[in-house]
Design a protein around this ligand. Structure first.
Ligand code: MN
Length: 243
């Protein structure tokens, strides 16, 4: 069954992630894609492409790059349910415990007619039309990475109108689902005190990032009515103007 591995890893009585329905049919011509920024034991970006009723998934530790010189390691992980594609929130414990931000989404189209053949060959080219990622991309399978046993690929941007020397993860770090939200804002909607004693990562840069986000989320939660988003300035009618 397509989602067996996905379900085996998770306890849906403890995680807000969807259990999924693999029978869900792809909706029309446009295939959905998304990238979720996932702060767990390490910060990474999960690229998901709709195909065959599920989301094919790759974990990209450094995230996508618009620079065609960059080859970003992308470890293929278990297929995810289509419903996962809009998920943003907090996974309190268990597999993938941490904060998930919907960092980009949109549609994708394959650049060769037979997607399964391209995946088998390990040379998969596709076009993205998201808010942040656009244009032509490739996933090229490599000869394995360490002893993880997971198929590893390289995610590469083709040179086109949408490529360039821009670190898109730095330039556009926020959610596309909750405008203006960063990881701390997403945690603040849930239970910021959750990991006070036992965060999903305790050491290194990821441990520090968790400490910072937990502290920020707690401060946000403590002052829920402070600093509402700035309202657009009221436009004043020029003196003497008539309707
Ligand atoms: Mn992940």
């Amino acid at each position: 069954m397509p989602l067996d591995e996905y379900r085996r890893k998770r306890d849906f009585t403890k995680s807000p992630e969807p259990a999924g329905n693999p029978a869900a049919a792809p909706r029309g011509e446009a295939r959905y894609f998304c990238v979720q920024k996932h702060l767990a034991s390490h910060l990474h970006y999960d690229l998901r492409l709709e195909h065959g009723g599920v989301l094919l998934s790759w974990a990209v530790p450094k995230g996508p790059s618009l620079d065609w010189n960059d080859k970003r390691l992308a470890m293929q992980v278990e297929d995810h349910p289509l419903e996962y594609g809009s998920f943003e929130g907090v996974i309190p414990e268990g597999y993938g415990a941490g904060v998930v931000m919907l960092w980009d989404y949109g549609t994708w189209t394959p650049e060769s007619p037979d997607v399964d053949a391209a995946l088998r060959k390990g040379d998969f080219k596709f076009t993205l039309d998201g808010f942040k990622l656009k244009g032509s991309w490739a996933l090229i399978r490599t000869k394995g990475y360490g002893d993880s046993g997971k198929p590893s690929w390289l995610l590469i941007k083709h040179k086109d109108h949408w490529s360039g020397p821009l670190d898109i993860t730095e330039f556009a770090p926020l959610s596309v689902k909750t405008p203006g939200a960063d990881l701390a804002d997403i945690l603040a909607t849930d239970t910021p005190d959750l990991w006070t004693r036992n965060p999903p990562a305790k050491t290194g840069d990821t441990g520090k990032l968790f400490q910072r986000i937990i502290a920020t989320a707690r401060a946000l939660k403590a002052t829920p009515h402070a600093d509402p988003p700035a309202a657009p300035a009221k436009r004043r009618r020029p003196r003497g103007a008539t309707r």
